[in-house]
Design a protein around this ligand. Sequence first.
Ligand code: HDE
Length: 709
Amino acid sequence: MAKKSKPNDRTRSVINDKPARYADQEVMIGTAGEVHQTAAGDVPVLTTQQGIPVSDDQNSLKIGARGPTALEDFHFREKIFHFDHERIPERVVHARGFGAHGYFENYESLADITKADLFQRPKEKTPLFVRFSTVAGNKGSPDLARDVRGFAVKIYTKQGNWDIVGNNIPVFFIQDAIKFPDIIHAAKQEPDRGFPQAQTAHDNFWDFISLTPESMHMVMWIMSDRAIPRSFRFMEGFGVHTFRLVNAEGKSTFVKFHWKPKLGLQSVVWNEAVKINGADPDFHRRDLWDAIKMGDYPEWELGLQLFDDSFAEKFDFDVLDATKFIPEEEVPVRRVGRLVLDRCVDNFFAETEQVAFCTQNIVPGIDFSNDPLLQGRNFSYLDTQLKRLGSPNFTHIPINAPKCPFASFQQDGHMALINPKGRVNYEPNSWGGEAGGPRESPEQGFRSYPAEEQGAKLRVRSETFADHYSQARQFYKSQTETEQNHLANALVFELSKVETPAIRGRMVAHLLNIDENLAKQVADGLGLKEMPKPADAARPTQDLKPSPTLSIHLNGPKSFKGRKVGALLTDGVDKSLIESLKSALDGEGALLEIIAPKVGGVQASDGSWIEAKQKIDGGPSVLYDAVALLPSEEGAKLLAKEPAARDFVADAFAHMKFIGHTAAAAILFEKAGIAENRDEGFIALKGKDDCSAFVAACRQVRFWKRRVN
Ligand code: HDE
């Protein structure tokens, strides 16, 4: 409560001591009716950054109530000055991201293959931070852009920070880091017009791609449903490059890192992605936030593909070529631990925005390979952090600081927060003991694997990188028919946005080297008048064995756990039915979200009130994995008049979702134009058993047999 002020106190804008009431809020009102909330009791006093208490945060200091603002208003100046400087440069790639805290738990000692401290002791937990991202879009772009997802993990080990800065796709567009600015320039908005944003469906991208045959394998992945994941929780992560693990005896083993989601793989369909971007552009970040806040902690297993020089020698492709992967059928993935995300950030800027991943951050027991992409990245990340965070002291920011003891003689610079005490800032020195500061440690210190390197200094690409189509074909052949169709449709969609016909033709010429049917399907979809000749290939396409682990559909979830049903209710809904549905979903570990004509909720058949989470037009069916239509007879008739309700039903059908429904929903099917098309994906809900059957059916996630697209 504000202190009593004299009505004629001209230095105060609250002249009336009687509070005003805004529904639940009691507030003080100023001379122009503005709201003043004042400190009292456990509500702290607002101060400037210098700690000076602020008397009025609603009005700047003026010469007379209608006069000019005084320059001496230090509170105003400080507030605006700080606001003006709130933004730091967004990441030049992966600008849009979302992070969370968690831990890595090691299953067993891996001392035989690596001396990395975090892998030594079974069951040991090591804290970490993960940031998921899209690549091409700017910070405010929608989550469901067709794009690669970043999967960057910073592990705070007892021997320093180890960053695995990976993606959700195991290969990359280019083979040499020198091409990175080109691929990114081509993918991002075109420089003259500043659009299109967060999409590759434009001339520059496909122009560059069509002149970069090494990217064809990656193109298969980004045109597949991998590029439109249902959420971060349902996607894989990959370290992409070949790395080394080095044990205490100095023996090196090559390794590829994998993150395997416990909930299985799942993607949305393209038409859904387009609509989700409008309905909830934060769909992925909200999903992660909600899951963690509800205690449904997302989990991935760390998998290692381990191989030696002799495998590298005999493998069909160069293990240093990041446009190639090693099929799991050839080198199995050994699962060695789990990553659990169990804590949301306290502050998005401090943690998610300021986290600075660097591929160069490796710990003793891990080492690089000569992959030219990785070598280039090792320069880029440190450099970019300086630009973004503005100081070489970005490692002092809590999210970036190691959680183990650290000591160096690096000093000063902008925003130095961790400053050593004492006299010494160099070594060698003769001060000794604590006064002499830290010294090198031949035993514990990081030592590079002494790989033998020799050769002429050349600006060339290794000929072992020359096969551009075989693995692209292998990827395509490993997809189910539905997935192959999605891939072809995606290519047709993207290339239809390309305005230059020659680029479309060039792409089809490359597709001919991957799969003739795919090329024909795309050419047909584009209405290409003449089939081009296959692009001249540096190496002929090999027919490799399909790798079933590449298909999302063949590696889908085993349960409906972690998924969400949207239930559309009206007044008069059968209370016991909704309760049965809720308990069936609870049993599965899945969620129920109530959608109603008004967010206030509906009155159930027994007179009780059920609150809604969404108003019908704010909760379209694209936001759910399956839907339940539970209107009363009367309610269904009213819903049938609402375009949003008709779309809800028509989209659920078109997106091959399972549809649980009461008999009263029939009028909705009719109005949505799908009354004739009812199939086994429609499950009538009358009682408890039907609800269990519905949830059991939902384990397939979608009713693919519907084949609407
Ligand atoms: Fe990155 N990449 N990248 N990248 N990358 C960045 O670093 C770069 C590449 C990846 O959530 C930047 O902090 C080059 C492959 C992720 O903060 C920058 C090359 C893979 C993230 C950069 C690559 C990645 C980045 C921009 C070609 C998968 C986001 C902001 C050699 C293995 C990390 C930043 C986060 C971010 C450079 C290629 C993954 C500019 C030069 C391959 C997940 O340094």
